[in-house]
Design a protein around this ligand. Structure first.
Ligand code: IMP
Ligand code: MG
Length: 175
C-alpha cells in the first residue's frame, strides 16, 4: 500500500530492484567493452536510469533528450515534440536508448528514426516497462524489464500531470 489515497502498488520497490539487476546484468554482458552511450528519455526515466547506471561497472557515457507528447493528463496527443534535443555527436557510437514505459510507441518510433539518421554504430532499446496492448507502432525492445497491464501507472519516475514521480513503487492510479 502507498500512504497516498487512490494508489495501489503494482510493482513493489523490491521487484523493481530485481528487475533492474537483471537488466543491468544483460546490458553488462553485451556492452562492457563498447563504451556505450546510454540515452535516457526525460523526464520519466530519471529514477530508473539512475538506478540502472549505478549497477553498470564499466566505462559508459550518459546523455538525455526530452520528449513531450502528453500535453496533459493521460492520453498521448500523438504529436511528439523534442523539447530538449541531443547535444552530442552519436556517429559510430553504440547507443542504448533507455525509456521508462512504452505505450503506443509513438514517441520512441519518432526518436529512433531521428537517431538512425545520425549513423550510430548500433542502436538498441531498453525499457523498464511495456504496455503491449496499447501499441500503435511496432517496436523491438532489446532489453525489457516488465510487461504491465493497460492501466495508468505512476511512481518510480512516472507521472500524472507531473505528480507522483517520487513514489518508490510503481502504482496504479485508481479513478
Ligand atoms: P508512447 O509514445 O505512447 O509510447 O508514450 C510513451 C510515453 O508516455 C512514456 O515515455 C511516458 O512518458 C508516457 N506514459 C505512457 N504510459 C504511461 C503511464 O501509464 N503512466 C505515466 N506515463 C505514461
Ligand atoms: Mg517517458
Amino acid at each position: 500500500m502507498s500512504s497516498q489515497a487512490g494508489l495501489k502498488v503494482l510493482v513493489s520497490r523490491a521487484e523493481l530492484k530485481s528487475t533492474v539487476d537483471k537488466l543491468a546484468a544483460d546490458i553488462t554482458r553485451d556492452y562492457h567493452d563498447k563504451n556505450p552511450l546510454l540515452l535516457g528519455i526525460l523526464k520519466g526515466v530519471f529514477v530508473f536510469m539512475s538506478d540502472l547506471v549505478r549497477r553498470l561497472d564499466f566505462p559508459l557515457e550518459i546523455e538525455f533528450v526530452r520528449l513531450s507528447s502528453y500535453s496533459s493528463g493521460r492520453e498521448t496527443s500523438g504529436n511528439v515534440k523534442m523539447v530538449q534535443g541531443l547535444e552530442m555527436d552519436i556517429k559510430d557510437r553504440h547507443v542504448l536508448v533507455v525509456e521508462d514505459i512504452i505505450d503506443t510507441g509513438t514517441s520512441l518510433a519518432s526518436l529512433l528514426d531521428y537517431l538512425k539518421k545520425k549513423k550510430p554504430a548500433s542502436l538498441k532499446l531498453c525499457a523498464l516497462t511495456d504496455k503491449p496492448s496499447r501499441r500503435r507502432i511496432p517496436l523491438k525492445i532489446d532489453y525489457l524489464g516488465l510487461t504491465v497491464p493497460d492501466k495508468f501507472l505512476v511512481g518510480y519516475g512516472l507521472d500524472c500531470d507531473q505528480k507522483y514521480r517520487n513514489l518508490p513503487d510503481i502504482c496504479v492510479l485508481e479513478e
